[in-house]
Design a binder for this molecule. Structure first.
Ligand code: BGC
Length: 341
């Protein structure tokens, strides 16, 4: 993975003596409680506290320039939409350049709120990103009546196992081995489930978009800051497939196939299509899919590159375009909630 994933300790506590109690937590004999106060100094708690501090710093109403609500609709006014009788979850899509979120009707895939977007904080540390997500959820809560247990699904650009973010190729290394579900639940005070961003987009495309009714081996390939991959066999997801990082010409394949690679390298659509083709051919050689669905913002321009691809599988653009990540994350959160019951 290009050696990009060095593990760091974001709490800065590395090397601290085990069991040492920080001075600020000491209590005098007079006010000593019956049960000694045991501060929660876990990484999760430290990051959650930091995120809460960042949240407080932010004004309630974001300034116009910060409010990048995609559809440029005016700020929501009036009472929040009642969603009684509907199954609703919030979907969040964390990307390299923006974080997008909306309330989603789980049975139709329809967005019940505006699609809000804020730029991804730089550096994209867990605390800064969690504060951004909390702000977005707050905004959505003004538009749609959310129950206290309405779940939040978060599509994240890395591997997630048991709610822990395991890789961080295009975000801050503070996310490595970070208990993200727990930290976000602490700040948002509602159930939160993270899922890989490509897996989220794939789940939505298979249910409501280009993959409906498609059986056999199907790939959703998302092209953005990185290249994401989701594998479905007869509609069932095999999670955390990281084909963006398969090695082609001695490097991570996404260094050439991601949408960002075309812009970074200043190459033509034709030249980039040929790099993407090389990646898809390598995948095809190993998995023999029937279908590639191409997602990410670039899928809006599919006529520029899909006709140039030479793979034998069918290649079609995603249908939900920018919404797939949000819708799929919401669906995944709801599914996890029911698994937990
Ligand atoms: C990450 C994947 C992610 C993809 C798209 C890659 O760099 O490793 O987990 O799905 O980018 O964001």
């Amino acid at each position: 993975m290009d050696g990009e994933n060095e593990k760091v300790d974001p709490s800065g506590a590395a090397g601290a003596e085990e069991g040492a109690v920080p001075a600020r937590d000491s209590v005098s004999a007079v006010d000593k409680p019956a049960v000694p106060f045991k501060p929660d100094e876990s990484e999760t708690a430290v990051v959650a506290d930091e995120a809460e501090e960042l949240l407080e710093e932010e004004p309630d109403e974001p300034e116009e320039a910060d409010d990048l609500t995609d559809d440029k609709a005016p700020a929501h006014e009036g009472p929040a939409l009642s969603v009684a009788g509907r199954r609703v979850a919030i979907g969040v899509d964390i990307g390299g350049s923006g974080i997008k979120a909306a309330a989603v009707d789980l049975d139709t895939g329809e967005m019940l709120s505006q699609r809000h977007r804020v730029p991804t904080p730089q550096p994209s540390t867990p605390a800064a990103m969690i504060a951004s997500v909390a702000r977005l959820v707050k905004r959505i809560g003004k538009e749609v009546e959310l129950a206290p247990d309405t779940a939040v699904g978060v599509g994240f650009p890395g591997v997630i196992t048991s709610g822990v973010t395991r890789t961080a190729a295009n975000v801050d290394p503070g996310w490595l081995d970070f208990d993200a579900d727990a930290a976000m639940e602490r700040v948002l005070r509602r159930p939160v489930h993270l899922i890989n961003d490509a897996d989220a987009a794939g789940v939505a495309e298979m249910r409501f978009g280009a993959g409906v009714g498609r059986r056999g081996t199907v790939f959703l390939i998302t092209l953005g800051t990185g290249t994401g991959s989701a594998l479905f066999y007869n509609g069932t997801l095999v999670p955390n497939l990281e084909l963006g990082h398969m090695e082609i010409r001695g490097r991570d394949a996404e260094r050439r196939s991601a949408a960002a690679a075309r812009i970074r390298r200043g190459i033509s659509w034709k030249a980039w299509a040929s790099d993407l083709d090389e990646h898809l051919l390598a995948i095809e050689k190993l998995f023999w899919p029937q279908l590639f669905i191409i997602g990410g913002g670039v899928s809006k321009r599919s006529e520029r590159f899909i006709p140039r691809l030479t793979v034998r599988a069918e290649v079609i653009p995603a249908r939900l375009l920018n919404d797939a990540g949000i819708v799929g994350a919401a669906m995944a959160a709801d599914e996890r909630e029911h698994m937990a019951e």
